[in-house]
Design a protein around this ligand. Structure first.
Ligand SMILES: [Zn+2]
Length: 441
């Protein structure tokens, strides 16, 4: 059994990644779960990909697995907390829940295990998301996309043969979710520079130190899974998704709450995040490369009154699918009067450092776009079924849904978010001339 190192203090105690690692699962059950009877949760596809083989391995090993719980593959299930009772009701007493699947199955099992106070074992079937090893489950809860608190898996068994056999778009999706840490990191840099949320060095290192190496070859599934696992650990360490998620995830969460589909199929997390990452990168470039502090001071819009802001928020949320609390979150972070003036001064005073530090952190938009193309990730909103209006709305409304300081907040506090979103929408559509004009204009 090839156990890989885990950072100290993690909730995850064993991580195996190897060709044929399904065969190591019985030993993990004995070592980490006192030989309790495994209970596999899968869907029709992941049952075929790994669940059925694993069931046989567990049976042969004498671990007497419970009857598995298998979701239908069609219609595709969502990570919605409303599904949690289906698992908690079906979960045998005193079992080892074993998630065999991608991000959705893993999040559902993670949540159900937390509710029933079980620890679980994760068997990923695709290198598609960073959530396998993370603290918390990214789920929709009463319409709002959020991270529900739950412990990370106690053990992970990643069989690289299974990961490599996963459908190509799932691997591409994981690549985009990993590359998103570049822009997400730049958002943390912004919050750090302004003294709003200081960077924690050990957590930062875990994600950022080897990030460029992990994303240097989109065909290296092992490296990508290692990177995704490491970002999961960073969330265990930080107890929050900040080290792995910034504006790009908030933008993607907006489309998630809209149940974005392309050609009748839900768009994967990673593909939405990939488009969000390009958008967020373009927003930072527009703001800090395209403009200096003097320009920002001269062009910042007059402050809005609370009622003006409320009307804006209501307008952005008029579609009504963003959860009951979003309006409150949005108004809770709204600054006016002296608080806004002080924040603006802080941004102007730190402008050059913000520009330098974000540029050091980011992969330039055009380079990133080529990398995504090479990894078969979407690079244009239309490739995930977004028209220009829905894309731009995603940027504007993403600022409302979470109290995590990002480039969206800098832009909103300067009253420049709409202008930046206009420019980025043009640039993302591939209309370079128009976007240059918008930057200059
Ligand atoms: Zn993600």
């Amino acid at each position: 059994m090839r156990l890989l190192p885990i950072p100290p203090g993690m909730e995850t105690e064993a991580f195996v990644m190897d060709s044929g690692a399904l065969r190591d699962v019985p030993e993990l059950v004995r070592r980490c779960f006192q030989s309790r009877r495994p209970w596999i949760v899968a869907d029709d596809n992941t049952w075929k990909a790994a669940g059925s083989a694993l069931f046989g391995i567990l049976k042969t090993a004498g671990l007497a697995p419970h009857e598995p719980f298998i979701f239908p593959a069609v219609p595709m299930i969502h990570a919605d907390n409303a599904l949690t009772p289906r698992l908690t009701d079906a979960m045998p007493f005193d079992c080892v829940p074993v998630s065999v699947g991608g991000g959705t199955i893993n999040d559902l099992v993670k949540r159900a295990s937390a509710v029933t106070r079980h620890r679980y074992l994760c068997v990923p079937t695709a290198s598609s998301v960073d959530g396998y090893t993370s603290y918390g489950a990214a789920m929709t809860d009463n319409g709002l996309k959020k991270t529900l608190p739950c412990l990370a898996p106690l053990a992970v068994a990643a069989d690289t043969d299974v990961l490599k056999a996963a459908p190509a778009p799932m691997a591409a999706s994981g690549y985009a979710d990993l590359a998103a840490k570049v822009a997400g990191g730049a958002d943390w840099v912004i919050a750090d520079e302004l003294g709003i949320e200081p960077i924690r060095a050990d957590v930062w290192e875990l994600v950022q130190k080897d990030l460029r190496k992990w994303i240097s070859d989109p065909s290296d599934i092992g490296a990508i899974f290692l990177g995704l696992a490491a970002t999961g650990y960073s969330m265990q360490m930080y107890r929050e998704s900040r080290p792995a998620s910034g504006a790009e995830h908030m933008i993607s969460h907006l489309w998630e709450m809209e149940n974005l589909e392309f050609k009748g199929v839900p768009v994967s997390h990673g593909f939405k995040v990939g488009i969000g990452t390009l958008a967020s990168t373009a927003l930072m470039e527009w703001l800090f490369n395209g403009h200096d502090a003097a320009w920002a001071r001269a062009n910042a819009r007059p402050p809005r009154t609370e009622s003006e802001r409320r009307a804006e928020v209501d307008g952005l949320l008029s579609r009504g699918c963003y959860g009951a609390k979003t309006g409150e979150i949005a108004m809770g972070k709204f600054l006016s009067g002296e608080a806004l003036a002080a924040r603006r001064e802080l941004i102007f005073a730190h402008w050059d450092a913000l520009a330098k530090r974000t540029a050091d952190c980011l992969i330039p938009f055009d380079t990133l776009k080529s990398m995504f193309r090479a990894a078969s990730c979407p690079v244009v909103p239309a490739e995930i079924g977004l028209d220009a209006a829905q894309f731009e709305h995603g940027i504007l409304a993403a600022q409302l849904i979470r109290n995590r300081y990002t480039v969206l907040d800098v832009l909103d506090e300067l009253g420049l978010l709409r202008e930046a979103a206009d420019a980025v929408t043009l640039r993302m559509a591939g209309n370079a001339r128009a976007s240059v004009a918008a930057v200059r204009g």
